[in-house]
Every structure is written in structure tokens, then in C-alpha cells.
Design a protein around this ligand. Structure first.
Ligand code: PLP
Length: 356
């Protein structure tokens, strides 16, 4: 079967196979990774290797700390303003869809939020040009969502910013190279391109550590977590270990540049299939189309459940759109092979022939 779930998403089959072998008896020690102390030399080496592989993949320099934390990306919606909002008078946010809005709503509990632009006027189908953004004079940071997982809207470019730029890369991280030096903070929930749910990774410029509000929960302080190598409290050890296997797999594929080539090919095949048919449609502007999440609708909504059930019978899982968006959505993260997209395109063509 091929799994098009938006998250928790497919893991590489090679990773699952290795995990199956190693998980319950790590390196023949008679101990599973789940049972190891996070402070044992065994786990410390697993953790350090995973962090180094992640740093290698994204070419992350020593001026950044990499944190392995609990709470998913949603906890970062709060952690971020708690850690950084005291650096300015306001916090600036770009609104390109539901995930931006969740980040904005949470930040507003702790800080004065200025929404610099919203893509609402075009029904969240296009990324707004930067020249119309209304940034604050004294913002602590500028936050945006490079890839909106639900509406499939993505930035092909990195915004310019005089203040630290913060990106929620939950659904796009490791899908291609990024210039980390453009960012103050990058965070991502793991359960799409990194590994299993239960972990988020934060890449934070070290010069931004130690600026948090006094009342920040201790385990959310980027400085405390960084000073303790993400072991201030017990980290999500199993998710960390499995993410390390995913990093090794990405490296074996040729790294993120090689991933991007495949991801571009996969997305092009799927968008071509949609655009060349009157039966399927995707309304996102071509310059803002996500390579990771491809939402599409059928010409007749009443066919949605038939599409989903016949797709499942053909081994194509989790194609129903997000509950707030309806229609369909194919998430084609790194671990979804090109053969899965080929099978989906073939299925779509047959479904159109039979029902169009
Ligand atoms: N941000 C984006 C872009 C997402 O796609 C998601 C989840 O799908 C989240 C944040 C929330 O992540 P979590 O469920 O890990 O809190």
C-alpha cells in the first residue's frame, strides 16, 4: 500500500525494516531503545549521532543550537513568543492559512501580535508578495509558515527580514536544501518528514538564547533545553532514535538536494494530472503550489466517498482532504516513493474514465 497521510505520515520502508530488527534488542544488548536511560552512554550516542546527521543534512553551523523537544509544533506556537517576544514591542506574523492562524492565536495569548498580511482575500490560494506586508517597527521576530499543510500553499522564496525570521517548517523540512543562516528560529513537528509523532525539532540561533520571559515554563526555555542538550527532562527517546534512522536514510538517498529533485518530479506528475483534466482541480496559484501537500477536488463532491473507498481498495490510503477543507489531499512527503504518485495518477485516470 501507499500512504498519502498528512501526518503522522509514511516512514521509509527501509527505516521500518531496520527498526523492526533493532527496536526490541538494540545492537544485541538485550535492551530496547524504549527501555534505555536517556543518560546512558548508549542513548547519548544515539542522540548525538542523530543530531549530527540532522546538522549535516541541513548544513547547520555551530552558531545554531538544535533542540529535540516534546509537544509537537503546537507547543512551539507558545514556546516561541515565550522565548522571544520580550526582544521587541510586538511580534509579526504572516497569515497564509490555518496553521499560520493557529500560531497567531497562540502567540496572542503572550504577546501583541501584528498580522503583517493575510492571504484571505484570495481564499488562501496564493502567497502574498512581500512588498505589501506591513511589518512593525519594533518587532521581536517575523513568523511565517513556508508550507501550509491543509491548503497546500507554499513559499518558493524566503522573506527578507530585519528582525529574526521564524519559520514553522513542520510539513516541508528535509524536503530540500534551505539556507539556515537566513533564519533566527526554525521549528518542525516530526511526524511528516522527520520521524514519528511526539517530537519536535527547533533550530535556534544561539544569540537568541536567554531572552525569554521570566515566567516561561522551565522545560520550554530554549536556553535551558540547549544548555542541557535536550535532556533537561526526559526527551522522547524512541521518536528521537527513529528520527535518527530517517536522517541516515535521507543521507543514503543523496541528501536533501537529491530529495528535492524527486519531490519536484513527484509533484509535477500529480499537478499535471490534475491540470490536464476537467474532472479534477486544484485552485492554488502555480507559483504557490506545495510540493508536499496537494489538495484537489472532484468535479462532483458526491463522488468523494467513492473515490476514497476505491482508492483504498487499490492500496492508496488516506486521500481524504482535511476535515476543514473537504475534497482530497495527497501528501507526498520524502518517504512517499515516486511509484506511489504513478499509482495515484493511474488510479485518478481510471476513476475519471468510469465516473467522469
Ligand atoms: N504546523 C504545521 C504546518 C502543521 O502541518 C502541523 C500539523 O499538521 C502543526 C503545525 C501542528 O503540529 P503538531 O500536531 O505536532 O502540534
Amino acid at each position: 500500500v501507499f500512504n498519502f497521510c498528512a501526518g503522522p505520515a509514511a516512514l521509509p520502508t527501509q527505516v521500518l525494516a531496520e527498526a523492526q530488527e533493532q527496536l526490541l534488542d538494540w545492537n544485541g544488548r538485550g535492551l530496547s531503545v524504549m527501555e534505555m536511560s536517556h543518560r546512558s552512554p548508549e542513548f547519548v550516542s544515539i542522540a548525538a549521532e542523530a543530531e549530527q546527521d540532522f546538522r549535516d543534512l541541513l548544513d547547520i553551523g555551530d552558531e545554531y543550537a538544535v533542540l529535540f523537544v516534546h509537544g509537537g509544533a503546537s507547543a512551539q506556537f507558545a514556546s516561541l513568543p515565550l522565548n522571544l517576544s520580550a526582544m521587541g514591542e510586538r511580534v509579526d506574523y504572516v497569515d497564509t492559512g490555518l496553521w499560520s492562524q493557529k500560531a497567531i492565536k497562540e502567540a496572542a495569548r503572550y504577546a501583541d501580535v501584528n498580522v503583517v498580511v493575510t492571504a484571505e482575500q484570495n481564499q488562501f490560494t496564493e502567497v502574498p508578495e512581500q512588498k505589501i506586508w506591513r511589518c512593525s517597527d519594533k518587532a521581536a521576530y517575523l513568523h511565517y509558515t513556508p508550507n501550509e499543510t491543509i491548503n497546500g500553499v507554499a513559499f518558493e522564496w524566503v522573506p527578507e527580514s530585519d528582525v529574526p525570521l521564524v519559520a514553522d517548517m513542520s510539513s516541508v523540512i528535509l524536503s530540500g536544501p534551505i539556507d539556515v543562516t537566513r533564519f533566527g528560529v526554525i521549528y518542525a513537528g516530526a511526524q511528516k518528514n522527520i520521524g514519528p509523532a511526539g517530537l519536535a525539532i527547533v533550530i535556534v540561533k544561539k544569540e537568541l538564547l536567554g531572552k525569554a520571559r521570566q515566567d516561561i515554563p522551565t522545560c520550554m526555555s530554549y536556553k535551558v533545553v540547549a544548555d542541557n542538550h535536550s535532556m533537561y527532562n526526559t526527551p522522547p527517546t524512541l521518536a528521537w532514535y527513529l528520527s535518527g534512522l530517517v536522517f541516515k536514510w535521507v543521507k543514503a538517498q543523496g541528501g536533501v538536494a537529491a530529495m528535492e529533485l524527486v519531490n519536484r518530479r513527484k509533484a509535477a506528475k500529480l499537478y499535471n494530472a490534475i491540470d490536464s483534466s476537467d474532472f479534477y482541480s486544484n485552485t492554488v496559484a502555480v507559483n504557490s503550489r506545495s510540493l508536499m501537500n496537494v489538495p484537489f477536488t472532484l468535479s462532483d463532491d458526491r463522488l468523494n466517498s467513492l473515490f476514497v473507498s476505491q482508492a483504498e481498495e487499490s492500496g492508496l490510503l488516506n486521500l481524504a482532504g482535511h476535515r476543514t477543507a473537504g475534497g482530497m489531499r495527497a501528501s507526498i512527503y520524502n518517504a512517499v516513493p515516486e511509484a506511489a504518485v504513478d499509482a495515484l495518477v493511474e488510479f485518478m485516470s481510471v476513476f475519471e474514465r468510469d465516473n467522469g
